[in-house]
Design a protein around this ligand. Structure first.
Ligand code: ADP
Length: 400
């Protein structure tokens, strides 16, 4: 099957066409600045990146341009739209309604709309992508894949906040977790890479990108994760604070004379390693270089990040009463050997030993712990688009 994977943001849209039989990417790219001016980036497998600046007042024109590029007689990958067998859409928030990927139909769209209050920036954009694709390709089956779905197996003790329970019942305030597509993909991939039985193992998945989250996975099912009602919770991230004393919101708001909304904005956009490094950078490459050159703030920012990852791993080893394997994935997890080594240096008590030679490898599945290490530690590149493609095919086959 040829599957079009769409990840629709408020002013951007990423896409890939994947042949689900070979799992090869046939073409990929993105639309940027939708509603502002508009730019299409298109790349056929093995070809050059093509950049076209063209007006894209709405997502409809953007998706139309993507479909045209895919059918271009010279550089396209399909002769006409009938060759697209299915579309898989990323959807950020599925609330408690979706514990897995689901076929797009009117009821599903309504359920996603009802979850929009929990992800006001993301779900409406995801829905626009779904609705435009339905309009342009009315006969093509579509599947929604939710960032929150994988975490729906968490037990109450993990997802309930210790606040009056009626707020959970009335307003659905609870831990949901995000990056679920990645956590699910990497947990399966690591079990298979290490030859472990997915149904009989304890894994900790560290998705460390600009946004970062960790999950505890027992027998392939998530039992805890570090993000919460929103992606602001948990680890210190590129620009997000992660967990802090909730009283800080009122305290800082009073000091600055701003409301809770503005403080939350500071916690989302000006905090994390960016804030700790006095705005030097949120990018770990810049911070690593600055720390090497003796910049104390950069060094501290990186150490806070590593410490929080290590203490969360410790918490999840406790939650699962042990751990067989730990995965590092996403931009930092896959590429930043020094940060991985720093995190692992906290974990000697688990019997973990790092192999420095193996830790130099990038961009492929690799075990970076020694063969004597009591817990296997791996780098497992994530591939959310492939995960969406696989889910799309599975859901469509199950509904045939
Ligand atoms: P997101 O999808 O959340 O935007 P990514 O998973 O793409 O994030 O990760 C982006 C981050 O990965 C960058 O901000 C940077 O900190 C880090 N990163 C990428 N490549 C490297 C590298 N070679 N060395 C260190 N850090 C890297």
């Amino acid at each position: 099957m040829k599957v079009l994977v769409i990840n629709c943001g408020s002013s951007s849209l990423k896409y890939q066409v994947i042949d689900s039989d070979t799992e090869q990417v046939l073409a990929k790219g993105l639309c940027e600045r939708i509603g502002i001016d508009g730019r299409l980036v298109y790349q056929k497998a093995g070809g050059e990146k093509e950049i076209t600046d063209a007006a894209m007042p709405t997502h409809k024109e953007a998706i139309g341009m993507v479909l045209d590029a895919l059918q271009n007689p010279k550089t396209g990958v399909i002769a006409d739209l009938s060759e697209i067998d299915a579309v898989g859409h990323r959807v950020v928030h599925g609330g408690e309604k979706f514990s897995g990927s689901a076929l797009v139909d009117d009821a599903m769209i309504q359920a996603v709309e009802e979850c929009s209050g929990l992800a006001p920036l993301h779900n409406p954009a995801n829905l626009i992508g779904i609705n435009v694709c339905r309009e342009l390709m009315p006969n093509v089956p579509m599947v929604g894949c939710f960032d929150t779905a994988f975490h729906q197996t968490m037990p109450e003790k993990a997802y309930l906040y210790a606040i009056p329970v009626e707020y959970y019942e009335k307003y659905q305030i609870r831990k949901y977790g995000f990056h679920g597509t990645s956590h699910s993909f990497v947990s399966k991939e690591m079990a298979s890479f290490l030859g472990m039985d997915l149904n009989n193992c304890k894994e900790i998945i560290c998705h460390l990108g600009n946004g970062a989250s960790i999950s505890a996975v027992v027998n392939g099912k998530c039992v805890d994760t570090s993000m919460g009602l929103t992606p602001l919770a948990g680890l210190a991230m590129g620009t997000r604070s992660g967990d802090l004393d909730p009283s800080i919101v009122e305290f800082l708001g009073d000091k600055l004379g701003v409301d809770a909304k503005e403080v939350t904005n500071i916690l989302n956009k000006k905090s994390g390693v960016f804030g700790l490094s006095r705005g030097l950078s949120s990018d770990f490459r810049d911070l690593g270089e600055a720390a090497e050159a003796g910049n104390h703030d950069a060094e501290v920012a990186l150490e806070v990040f590593k410490y929080r990852v290590a203490t969360t791993i410790g918490a999840y080893a406790a939650a699962m009463n042990g751990v067989d394997a730990i995965a590092f994935t996403a931009g930092i997890g896959e590429n930043d050997a020094a940060t991985r080594a720093g995190i692992i240096s906290y974990l000697g008590y688990l019997g973990i030993e790092l192999c420095e030679e193996r830790n130099k490898v990038r961009g492929e599945n690799v075990k970076i712990s020694t063969d004597d290490s009591k817990v296997a530690v791996c780098v497992i590149p994530t591939n959310e688009e492939l995960a969406i493609c696989r889910d799309t095919v599975a859901v469509i086959s199950a509904n045939k």
